[in-house]
Design a protein around this ligand. Structure first.
Ligand SMILES: Cc1cc2nc3c(=O)[nH]c(=O)nc-3n(C[C@H](O)[C@H](O)[C@H](O)COP(=O)(O)OP(=O)(O)OC[C@H]3O[C@@H](n4cnc5c(N)ncnc54)[C@H](O)[C@@H]3O)c2cc1C
Length: 364
C-alpha cells in the first residue's frame, strides 16, 4: 500500500501532491544580486504561469471535488459527514485506532456487493481539501461504525490531520471503493504479504472470511506474512489477538508469520519476541510458510482421496495467489515495482524469481 495511493484515484486525489509541490517552488529562490535582475522577467513569467495553473487546479470544479450531502446514502460519488467516535493510541505511537460513524439511516444495504472485501473509503482533509483512502478493518456495522488503523507520517498531510482530530469532530468520507475483489474458491491458497499499515486490507479480508464467522466453510486457505520494523510497531493487540488465536485454533485455515527488522526496543505487549522472525520477508520465508501449511494439512484430508490431491503433488497443482501491500520499496522487493499510470507493472522481485506470473500476483 503506497502512502500516496496507487489505485485508480479520482483527480482530486491525484492533483493534490503537485499542488503542494507547486506551492513550495513559488517561494524558493536561489539567484542572488545582479543575476536577480536578469532572471526577473523569467520569475514573473513563471509566477504568472504558476498562478494560472494554481487557479485552474484550486478553483472548485465538479470533476475534481465531489459535493458533500448530509441526507443522501453513503456513496463514492459524494462526501458524507461522519463523526469520530473513538481515537485510541497504539503501542506504536505513530499509529492510532480511529472509529468513524455515519448515521445508520445513510447506510446503503450491507448486502450490496460493494461491501464485499476488500474495500476502502476516502477521507477528506478539510483544511487542505485533499483526500486519502483508508481501509475499515472490520467493514461497517449496523450502527454505521468503521474502525481504522492509521499511521501518521512525519510530513504526511492527512494522517497527521486525522491523528489531531478529537472525539465528536466531523470528518467527511466517501465510498465504498473496491480495492480488490475477493471470491471464495477461486484460489486454493491466498498468501498475503504486508508491511506496516499495509496489513489493513488483509485484516479486512480475514475478518470477513474467518474472524467474524469461524465456523463458515471456506474453499480457500490463507497465509499472512507480515513485517514491521520493531516489535512495538507491529499491529496493536486489538488486531493481532484475533488473528493469532484464529491461526492457533484453525491452522488448516490460517497461518500467520510475523517478521521484524530488529528486536530492538520494548517487547510487543501481546507477542513474545521469541516467536518473531527477525529479518525481512524473503524467498525462504515465503517458501517455508507454504511448507508449514502443507505439514499442517489436516491428517484426514491427506489420508482420504477427498477433493484435490494430497502431498507435494497437491502443493504444486495448488492455485496460489500472492497479494502484496506495504511501502513502495517493499512491494518492489517482493513483487516488482508498480507500472506506469498506476498499473500493476511486471512481476519482479522475489515472486518474479520464484516464477510467479501476473495472474498469480496482485499489488495493492
Ligand atoms: C486502498 C488504500 C487503502 C489504504 N488504507 C490505509 C489504512 O487503512 N491505514 C493507513 O494508515 N494508510 C492507508 N493507506 C495509505 C493512505 O491512503 C495514505 O496514503 C497515507 O496515510 C499517507 O497519506 P498522508 O496524507 O498522511 O501523507 P502524504 O502527505 O501523502 O505523505 C506521504 C509520504 O510522503 C512524505 N512527504 C510528504 N510531503 C513531503 C515533502 N514535502 N518532502 C518529502 N517527503 C514528503 C511523507 O513524509 C510521507 O512519508 C491506504 C492506501 C490505499 C491506496
Amino acid at each position: 500500500m503506497l502512502p500516496l495511493g496507487r489505485h485508480q484515484l479520482p483527480r482530486v486525489y491525484l492533483v493534490s501532491q503537485p499542488l503542494r509541490t507547486a506551492g513550495l517552488r513559488l517561494y524558493s529562490h536561489t539567484a542572488e544580486g545582479a543575476s536577480r535582475k536578469r532572471i526577473r522577467p523569467l520569475v514573473y513569467g513563471a509566477f504568472v504561469t504558476g498562478a494560472v495553473a494554481a487557479t485552474y487546479l484550486l478553483w472548485p470544479n465538479e470533476s475534481r471535488s465531489a459535493p458533500t450531502y448530509s441526507n443522501e446514502l453513503l456513496s463514492p460519488t459524494h462526501f458524507t459527514p461522519a463523526t469520530l467516535v473513538a481515537s485510541e493510541p497504539c503501542t506504536d505511537s505513530e499509529t492510532r485506532l480511529l472509529t468513524l460513524a455515519v448515521p445508520p439511516y445513510l447506510l446503503p444495504s450491507r448486502e450490496e456487493l460493494m461491501f464485499n472485501p476488500i474495500w476502502s473509503i476516502f477521507v477528506k482533509d478539510d483544511d487542505i481539501q485533499v483526500e486519502r483512502p483508508y481501509t475499515p478493518l472490520e467493514g461497517i456495522d449496523d450502527e454505521g461504525r468503521m474502525k481504522f488503523w492509521i499511521k501518521k507520517y512525519p510530513k504526511g498531510e492527512v494522517g497527521r490531520w486525522l491523528h489531531s482530530k478529537k472525539v465528536g469532530d466531523k470528518i467527511e468520507i466517501r465510498g465504498p471503493l473496491k480495492t480488490w475483489p475477493w471470491q471464495d474458491g477461486k484460489w486454493d491458497e491466498v498468501v498475503m504479504i504486508s508491511g506496516g499499515t499495509g496489513i489493513t486490507p488483509f485484516y479486512q479480508l480475514l475478518h470477513h472470511t474467518i474472524l467474524q464467522n469461524p465456523s463458515r466453510y471456506l474453499n480457500t486457505r490463507f497465509t499472512l506474512l507480515h513485517a514491521s520494523r520493531r516489535p512495538l510497531e507491529l499491529p496493536p493487540p486489538q488486531m493481532l489477538a484475533p488473528l493469532l488465536s484464529s491461526a492457533q485454533e484453525h491452522p488448516e485455515r490460517l497461518n500467520v508469520v510475523l517478521h521484524v527488522d530488529t528486536l530492538e526496543g520494548p517487547e510487543h505487549p501481546l507477542v513474545a519476541s521469541s516467536v518473531l522472525r527477525v529479518g525481512r520477508i524473503n524467498q525462504r520465508a515465503i517458501e517455508s510458510a507454504l511448507e508449514v501449511d502443507k505439514r499442517k494439512e489436516s491428517w484426514w484430508r491427506s489420508l482420504l482421496p477427498i477433493g484435490a490431491k494430497a502431498g507435494p503433488e497437491r502443493q504444486e497443482s495448488k492455485r496460489i495467489l500472492y497479494l502484496v501491500c506495504g511501502p513502495e520499496p517493499m512491494i518492489a522487493a517482493i513483487a516488482g515495482p508498480f507500472g506506469r499510470d498506476f498499473s500493476q507493472g511486471v512481476v519482479g522481485g522475489i515472486l518474479g524469481s520464484m516464477g510467479c506470473t501476473k495472474d498469480q500476483v496482485y499489488k495493492l
